[in-house]
Design a binder for this molecule. Structure first.
Ligand code: MG
Length: 201
């Protein structure tokens, strides 16, 4: 199982981090050891002073695909969930400045909390989602604002990497990212449905 994460897929988020809006999807990967499931707590790592939440809709790949055409891409996922792409922003900044890969900032243990999934066919279009921290909404997104649609992402990624059943695609975060601290409670929703609920320790 692999986790593919899309970067800069919402124009307003690209801007808040002073990144150019990309002409092609940007992606990177996290290993399976990044997964954090069952609403288990997230322990702040000792190597970062600035861990940011990024709330993202997540596609679960339902069949193997290579060179998938955009027109057929929707057949390759049938559930959509929500997760957090935790990012050690201070380390990422350093990597970017030096032109180095992002793994230490993005792929560390438990950096990919993952909540429940909903069947694609039960979801409205556009899909709305949000994150509450300690009961307050800090990030809201809608698939209307995606720069690259889910189908375009699957087509693009599968040109380079074979998708297998069970692989996850974190589809990028909208604007409003920020730091988490010890004691925070994160609750992520698709529509009004609470699918992810965990504490930072
Ligand atoms: Mg992200």
């Amino acid at each position: 199982m692999k986790i593919i994460c899309i970067g800069r897929n919402y124009a307003e988020h690209a801007k808040e981090l002073n990144n150019a809006v990309p002409e092609k999807p940007v992606f990177f990967m996290k290993p399976d050891t990044a997964l954090l499931t069952d609403n288990k707590p997230f322990y702040l790592p000792d190597f970062s002073q600035e861990v940011h939440y990024e709330t993202e809709l997540v596609l679960r790949i339902s069949k193997m695909g290579k060179h998938v055409e955009k027109g057929f891409a929707r057949r390759y996922y049938d559930e959509i969930g929500i997760g957090i792409d935790f990012t050690a922003r201070d380390l990422q900044r350093e990597c970017k400045q030096k032109g180095l890969p992002w793994e230490i900032a993005k792929a560390f243990d438990n950096s990919a909390p993952l909540g429940g999934f909903l069947p694609k066919k039960e979801l409205p279009d556009p899909i709305l989602f949000h994150l509450n921290i300690n009961g307050e909404t800090v990030q809201e997104g809608t698939t209307e604002d995606l720069l690259f649609s889910f189908d375009e992402l699957i087509a693009y990624v599968s040109r380079f990497i074979t998708l297998r059943t069970g692989d996850l695609i974190y589809t990028g975060t909208p604007a409003g990212v920020g730091s988490v601290k010890k004691g925070d409670r994160l609750q992520a929703y698709i529509g009004e449905k609470l699918l992810l609920d965990f504490e930072v320790k």
